[in-house]
Design a protein around this ligand. Structure first.
Ligand code: ATP
Ligand code: MG
Length: 424
């Protein structure tokens, strides 16, 4: 036997026990996006490296150390997408979508980041995200937060925390950045190595540090919310007014800065205390400068992305996923002469009952061994098709749940029985 070549660390197989929860999460989220008027867009998983470098920012964690970048055979630098917004914006510009009203699009799929794999953090993970273009807010900002809240509730997740912040406009942020740098300079000896490096590259990210030792220093840092420009101040007040009226609880967190450079004004994040260190399940924000920065017309925009793995973990624990319907029937076929007529019968059943879950025994076997498989399959009914049934154009049916006596049914009676079983 050859030695198995294992899968790659941080790249997961999602096995059959898990896929029903995945499907529930994905269909629930998609239905809600539909209901708010978003349309699906499907994007490639590979883009030119320069797109991410320019959109996400050269001095972010993602671009500095998390990207899967490679040269293709022409020597062009390409990258597996670490997030969906850059590619989505690129596609919308390239195909002229931004000239058509105020597009609302959503996308889903695998993202790739070279991070240390651990619970809730993988190298291939999945997101569903959405973007709205051409609306300056704050109404759409609030609606997006309400929509993501509805998604989480629909998955049975009722105890998540919502945090909101405003990063202001570039001018007010630059001013705040200077204040922050001078504050951290004054306490330079308390900064860890990473923070010292970030002081020169991306000082706002220090606020996001997980270092316990630095928490008091961070808590006493100047608050970005106290250094907002007047329009950003009014913007966030209008968002919170809508949330207050809708009865959605939130915390204003001036230390919520997010890992991507492109945000302006609104940022938000939903977190769970049940996930340990990897608590963020859904995050988003406004990025009014990004479209122009990557070659499009000046266009305000806002988006969010939800991490499917983390949603799946929480949803599975909340135990509100409807059970997958079991197999309705398992067809036991005895004798070679019965095989072709059995398939003719089954294809006719499927014509009448497109939603039937029916498995035909394959690979032959004695009546006894086939019946055992039927029993183990979890099917409600075993259907038996052998010489006698073939001769009389009937099918024997055994109810595997009620264990009642076997019956012989005509095709029409069988269709009726299975239709009832499908209807539940
Ligand atoms: P974190 O703080 O956990 O690193 P992030 O700020 O890097 O998250 P985003 O870029 O905002 O994450 O992505 C949105 C969501 O995607 C996150 O809230 C999370 O649920 C999920 N996510 C991000 N990175 C990973 C990963 N490596 N593995 C699994 N899920 C992830
Ligand atoms: Mg991250």
């Amino acid at each position: 036997m050859g030695k198995l070549i294992q899968g790659i660390r941080g790249f997961n197989d999602i096995l059959c026990e898990a896929t029903p929860v995945w499907r529930f999460v994905e269909t629930t989220v998609c239905e809600i996006l539909d209901s708010y008027g978003y349309e699906e867009i499907r994007l490639p998983v590979v883009e030119k490296t320069a797109l991410f470098a320019r959109a996400i920012g050269e001095v972010t964690d993602i671009v500095e150390k998390e990207m899967y970048t490679f040269e293709d055979r022409n020597g062009e630098s390409l990258t597996l997408r670490p997030e969906g917004t850059a590619g989505c914006v690129r596609a919308c510009i390239q195909h002229g979508l931004l000239h058509k009203g105020q597009p609302r699009v959503w996308y889903g799929g695998a993202m790739f980041r070279y991070e240390r794999p651990q619970k809730g953090r993988y190298r291939q993970f999945h997101q569903i995200g959405a973007e709205v273009f051409g609306v300056p807010g704050p109404d759409i900002d609030a609606e997006m937060i309400l929509m993501t809240g509805r998604m989480l509730r629909s998955l049975g997740l009722l105890d998540l925390q919502l945090q909101i912040n405003s990063l202001g406009i570039p001018a007010s942020r630059a001013e705040y950045r200077e204040r922050l740098v001078s504050y951290f300079r004054r306490h330079h000896e308390q900064l860890d190595e990473e923070a010292q490096r970030r002081l020169h590259t991306n000082p706002l990210r220090i606020l996001d540090s997980k270092s316990l030792a630095m928490q008091p220093l961070i808590a006493a840092a100047p608050s970005i919310l106290e250094h907002l420009d007047a329009t950003s101040q009014a913007h966030i007040e209008q968002i919170t007014a809508i949330l207050d009226t809708a009865g959605i609880a939130y915390t204003l967190n001036p230390r919520l800065v997010r890992g991507l450079d492109y945000y302006t004004r609104t940022v938000f994040e939903w977190t769970s205390e049940r996930l340990g260190a990897q608590g963020a399940v859904c995050a988003g924000g406004r990025y009014d400068g990004l479209v122009e920065q990557i070659g499009g017309p000046p266009t305000p925009a806002i988006g969010f992305a939800a991490g499917i793995e983390r949603l799946v973990t929480l949803t599975a624990a909340a135990e509100c996923v409807p059970p997958e319907p079991a197999l309705h029937a398992y067809l036991v076929v005895v004798g070679e002469e019965a095989v072709a007529p059995a398939y003719r019968l089954v294809e006719r059943l499927r014509d009448h009952l497109p939603r039937v879950r029916l498995r035909v025994n394959s690979g032959g076997g004695s009546f006894k061994s086939q019946f055992k498989r039927a029993d183990r399959s979890g099917a409600r009914y075993a259907l038996i098709f052998a010489a006698e049934e073939l001769a009389t154009a009937r099918v024997s049916v055994k109810d595997l749940r009620e264990r009642t006596d076997q019956r012989r049914l005509s095709e029409a009676e069988l269709i009726e029985l299975l239709a009832e079983c499908i209807a539940g």
